[in-house]
Design a protein around this ligand. Sequence first.
Ligand SMILES: C[S@@+](CC[C@H](N)C(=O)[O-])C[C@H]1O[C@@H](n2cnc3c(N)ncnc32)[C@H](O)[C@@H]1O
Length: 213
Amino acid sequence: MVNAAAETRTFFDGMAPRYDADLRLLGWDPIRLLAEWPFIVPPLKDVLDAGCGTGALLETLAGAGRELTGLDISPVMLDKARNRRPIKGIELHCANAGESWPIADESMDVIVALAMFEFVEHLDVALDEMHRVLRIGGRALFTVEDRVDWGAVEREAYEHRYGEVSLWRRTREEVEASMPPGLEIVRCERVRGYEVLELGFVTAYWVVEAYKP
Ligand SMILES: C[S@@+](CC[C@H](N)C(=O)[O-])C[C@H]1O[C@@H](n2cnc3c(N)ncnc32)[C@H](O)[C@@H]1O
């Protein structure tokens, strides 16, 4: 049996050297998404980027008294993050977001998780962890890749794969059904995802803002 998490780790370890350049090519821009979304990451707050990759988003959040933490399954992506001077010395955890997160209960004010949950088979487990780690009054912003677009036959080979890795796309209803009690959706919108270059096809993400009252 294929171990999807190990496969994902190997894939992103290999992709790490060119990830930032590829991102531009695919047209996915998490920094712009965060800047344009009416989602405030206040100063003097504990912020976690789950699936932080090379740390580009963390770098934009540095300063303003924020305590930043990153989590990612790929040690090589994390090495790239470690080498960014503005976020030198921040806590970076190498862990699978589809299992328990090595982060204390109610220790984060804000969690972002962009372009990562599609690589997690059990979204409900990851969202339970998000809920556990958020403080009361905390907010999260995460994306879930939309499944609706992937019906056409010629796209079949791509429906459950991204390059060499498995992925899980989900409908809005599936996202809603995976939310733990106590984590409320404030806003959910469909936005442009990334381009599947071989097909000239652009995917879509559900962007979800959630709140722990
Ligand atoms: C497409 S990249 C997105 C990186 C960044 N958040 C962005 O929006 O550009 C996906 C990232 O999620 C990480 N990742 C994939 N599956 C993961 C998992 N199960 N647990 C933690 N990180 C994971 C990958 O290693 C990679 O760094």
